[in-house]
Design a protein around this ligand. Sequence first.
Ligand code: FES
Length: 108
Amino acid sequence: MNRVSNHPILEEERSSREVQIFVDGKPVMVREGEMIAAALIANDIFINRYTAHKHKPRGIYCAIGRCTDCIMTVDGVPNVRTCVTEVREGMKITTQQGTGIWSEEGRQ
Ligand code: FES
């Protein structure tokens, strides 16, 4: 797990409940309330999307919701900025290809 457990300013991590999400169809355990991108990094998942034209991998860059490098498809909705979106139990996240595609799940 890639988490800071004892930060000099933020102090010791507080434990929180673990919930299950699905990343590209695989079950992954994450901490309730953390951002999707942080949860993925903690589980050694570093690629969030592939660019539209050159199909280059992209991951977290700014981590504050400004650059859109971290976008993924979440519950059928493409272009979700995962660095500023909290995980929810049962969430289905997929690595986004290009500009993404809305699924039936995302249209509801
Ligand atoms: S990493 Fe820049 S918007 Fe998420």
